[in-house]
Design a protein around this ligand. Structure first.
Ligand SMILES: Cc1cc2nc3c(=O)[nH]c(=O)nc-3n(C[C@H](O)[C@H](O)[C@H](O)COP(=O)(O)OP(=O)(O)OC[C@H]3O[C@@H](n4cnc5c(N)ncnc54)[C@H](O)[C@@H]3O)c2cc1C
Length: 271
């Protein structure tokens, strides 16, 4: 919406004008259909690793700090220098990583609110509940349930469960009920058991796989503060040549948005 307003002068007028612009070959290929990667998303990560070379990654790095010295980005302690720096860390304390940014100047970015979400994965070798002939379901707040939604992964994608089995992902927590994402494993299991029995027609809750992943900064919330954040990002990118602030703090929150953003930034750098 911000880009439509900036590029075309207004949101509605921009939306109409943009529709008239012929799509590029790449844009034509992009659809709004649900997608994954054959065999699971790990194959996307593995393909990136193989293309770039594992020796070019530094995994599990902590306390990374960059200075900006004589037009170059210098990795503190190690001394390596770079002409370009693309950041995809979450907003929060940017100046701790990028020491050349002043905390108070970065605050419109750092104040970005994120929803906290717990993702519960359930696997059943034999499914005994309602037919899973849908993508899943999202739960309206007024239904006063403890889960945000359920995805039927084994319906959406191939080879995610045995023939009569099921793989489900359940989301809980969110901006209105973050405490639910903080439940300990025992309480989480009994809450999920209660909800699954009543929502999914299960007589008993005995999953073969039960796994909880908690995401502190799960989904960036684009509120009225977005304009200030985007202006601050633009200001930093102008001030510090070759510095890009990316990730879900801008350009959308979905995986497809990340892939597009990565491609766009790499083209900018190559140009
Ligand atoms: C449970 C859940 C389900 C989702 N489902 C979907 C879906 O079905 N489809 C879809 O399109 N999108 C989905 N999303 C959204 C999508 O996954 C995220 O919006 C996307 O991953 C954001 O990408 P990102 O790279 O900006 O941030 P992240 O994936 O959050 O990555 C940021 C990384 O930076 C690291 N980091 C932070 N600070 C530092 C630091 N100082 N030093 C080093 N590393 C640091 C973090 O550890 C993290 O690994 C889902 C999100 C969640 C949480």
């Amino acid at each position: 919406m911000y880009n439509l307003e900036q590029d075309y002068g207004s949101f509605i007028g921009g939306a109409i004008k943009k529709r008239k612009i012929p799509k590029s070959e790449d844009e034509k290929k992009a659809t709004r259909e649900i997608f994954s990667v054959k065999g699971g998303l790990i194959h996307l990560v593995n393909a990136l690793r193989d293309e770039i070379g594992l020796e070019n990654f530094e995994l599990e790095a902590e306390n990374i700090q960059f200075d900006f010295v004589d037009g170059k980005y210098k990795l503190k302690d190690k001394g390596d220098e770079f002409t370009h720096l693309v950041s995809t860390i979450n907003a929060g304390n940017l100046n701790e990583t990028y020491t050349f940014l002043k905390k108070e100047e970065a605050s419109p970015i750092d104040n970005l609110l994120y929803a906290k979400v717990a993702e519960v994965t359930l696997g059943f070798k034999k499914w005994g509940g309602i037919p899973l002939d849908a993508f899943g379901g999202l739960v309206p707040f007024k239904e006063n349930r403890h889960v945000l939604g359920v995805l039927f992964l084994s319906t959406l994608f191939e080879n995610r469960a045995p023939k009569d089995g099921a793989l489900l992902t359940i989301f809980t927590g969110g901006i209105r009920r973050p405490k639910l994402a903080e439940l300990n494993e025992k309480d989480m299991k009994s809450m999920i058991a209660r909800e699954m029995k009543s929502m999914m027609g299960l007589n008993e809750f005995k999953p073969d796989l039960f796994e909880v992943n908690i995401y502190e900064k799960a989904i960036a919330q684009y509120g009225v503060d977005s304009e200030d954040r985007l202006k601050t990002i633009a200001k930093f990118e102008k001030e510090f040549n070759g510095f890009y602030l990316a990730g879900s703090m801008r350009n959308g929150v979905g995986i497809a948005d990340r892939v597009k953003q990565g491609s766009d930034i790499s083209k900018l750098i190559i140009d």
